[in-house]
Design a protein around this ligand. Structure first.
Ligand SMILES: Nc1ncnc2c1ncn2[C@@H]1O[C@H](COP(=O)(O)OP(=O)(O)OP(=O)(O)O)[C@@H](O)[C@H]1O
Ligand SMILES: [Mg+2]
Length: 499
């Protein structure tokens, strides 16, 4: 149908083939004979220490497997018209590839069991129709991150732990090809002359590629998998990231329109938490989100989603986060949500928070609530605003109500380690007040962190009046009263060292 092959080629119907040496006619009887493997011209899984499907015991493929695959793949590419194939439905294309691969195996006298052949077919279909060895990783929903460091070194994050992925690419050229295919879908290019590229997979996963010569050992591909079912605050309670009382306090903070900064290290769960916090926003509020790569999934009906744009190849057309945040202000937003604040847009966000867009939220990279304040200050300073640092700090204190700190602990678990209020200034120093903290008490025998979330005993947070205004004061008082109180944490103990 799509082939460049001749009509005289035999149609083999997709069965496993074990050709009699010297003959082109497949022998079904031999298919079940184990000794056939020894006589095979190409026997992918013959060596000991390897699983029957061409995998090493550690899950990676054998060299023979790759050699068979390359042979078959090259023959397939010669036979098939890829442009035509890409026009048809995946299932039809798959069937076509199946027929041709079966024929190639037969013609090349490759001995394979049905399961081996299915594996090879799957692999080849992934290469031709999808993202090659990445496909099985992308299909798994339990993976948070995929990190490919060159063709032969790949890692994934599962359950908070980074482990070897056990997938391999034939070589860096194949990996680069796949990177190129990914980024070209969003109209970008990655090669030596433009070796850094951000993109998105069709399912929304965030992708970064950095290619040689910048990446010394081959192209590096990092994917933050998009979770179709975003985590909720209730799930965070189930995971022990926060207590039920902490959850109630977070819900109230979101509902009563406190301005919130979510702070945390890389991969600590900031975006997830931001998404959870947006769940408390009322249905009738107009929300504008600004992100580098759209990850948030707000459930409200009135949401405008904006995304930044990198410059084109001529270095033109860039739309920065600052442009978006500034534009937001002209869109009559009730809440502005900034996916990640990392530059001078901090100034515009703070101004928005200060000027009637209460309940705005953003995340930033930092390791503690106090550091978050300094990060905001330095981002504004680096933006070229010639304001004295006292004024910047006053602006921060006047705008941000609550800082929520997310952390990825050393055992891979994610915790909300601080819910901290920004209460004012003492001289030149912003004063912070922890409401909730996570206290590490040790480690169990499996290396898992032991600890508790504790309230610091504050009964009347600064946003109490807001809570009253939204009629949430009883729920707030109850949550604060029923939370386990800590011993060593008084007011203004922002330096508590859990992170
Ligand atoms: N409390 C949690 N418990 C378990 N898994 C979590 C938790 N929070 C986030 N995750 C998972 O951790 C991964 C990273 O989360 P997320 O994208 O929110 O981190 P991030 O801090 O925004 O990362 P980055 O700095 O790269 O933007 C996701 O797969 C997410 O589902
Ligand atoms: Mg994030």
């Amino acid at each position: 149908m799509f082939g460049k092959r001749s009509d005289s080629d035999r149609h083999t119907g997709g069965r496993a083939m074990t050709p009699v040496p010297g003959s082109e006619i497949p022998s079904l009887a031999e298919e079940k004979r184990p000794d056939v493997v020894d006589r095979a011209p190409v026997a992918p899984a013959a060596a000991s220490g390897k699983k029957a499907n061409g995998e090493e015991k550690d899950g990676s493929r054998t060299a023979e497997y790759y050699s068979v695959k390359t042979t078959v793949f090259n023959a397939l590419i010669d036979t098939i018209d890829l442009a035509q194939l890409s026009q048809v439905e995946k299932s039809v294309a798959r069937e076509e590839i199946r027929d041709i691969v079966t024929e190639i195996l037969s013609i090349k006298n490759v001995i394979m069991s049905i399961s081996e052949q299915e594996e090879l077919l799957e692999d080849i279909c992934n290469d031709v129709l999808g993202y090659g060895p990445l496909e099985p990783l992308l299909a798994r929903d339990d993976i948070a991150d995929v990190m490919i460091n060159g063709a032969h070194n790949s890692f994934i994050e599962v359950n908070g732990k980074v482990v070897k992925a056990g997938v391999q690419f034939a070589d860096n050229a194949q990996l680069m090809n796949i990177c190129q295919r990914i980024v070209s879908q969003v109209g970008r290019r990655v090669d030596e002359s433009s070796p850094i590229c951000d993109a998105r997979l069709p399912d929304g996963s965030r992708v970064n590629v950095i290619a040689p010569p910048l990446a010394i050992d081959g192209p590096c591909l990092t994917i933050r998998k998009f979770k179709k079912d975003k985590l909720t605050l209730s799930q965070l309670v189930d995971f022990g990231s926060i207590t039920p009382e902490g959850k109630t306090i977070l819900e109230i903070i979101g509902r009563v329109r406190c301005n919130i900064v979510i702070s945390g290290g890389t991969g600590s769960g900031k975006t997830t938490l931001l998404n959870c916090m947006t769940a408390s926003i009322d249905q009738d509020e107009r929300i504008v989100t600004c992100e580098d790569s759209a990850e948030l999934q707000l459930q409200q009906p009135h949401v405008v989603r904006l995304e930044t744009r990198p410059p084109n190849l001529e270095g033109e057309g860039e739309i920065t986060m600052r442009d978006l945040v500034k534009n937001c202000l002209r869109m009559r937003p009730e809440r502005i949500i900034v996916g990640e604040v990392r530059g001078p847009e901090a100034f515009d966000l703070l101004q928005a928070m200060n000027t009637g867009h209460d309940g705005s939220m953003g995340t930033l990279h930092s390791n503690s609530p106090r550091e978050a304040i300094s990060r905001l200050e330095s981002m504004i300073m680096m933006g070229g605003f010639s304001l004295p640092s006292h004024t910047i700090r006053e602006m921060i204190v006047g705008s941000v109500d609550v800082i929520i700190q997310a952390s990825r602990m050393r055992d891979g678990s994610r915790k909300i380690t601080h819910i901290t209020e920004v209460v004012g200034m003492e001289g030149d120093v912003p004063t912070l007040q922890d409401l909730f903290v996570y206290e590490v008490t040790g480690e169990d025998k499996n290396g898992r962190i032991k600890g508790h979330h504790r309230s610091t005993g504050i009964a009347r947070p600064k946003f109490w009046e807001r809570a009253q205004y939204f009629n949430e004061q009883h729920r707030l008082a109850e949550a604060l009263a029923s939370a386990e109180t800590g011993t060593g944490f008084g007011n203004n103990n922002q330096e508590a060292s859990f992170v």
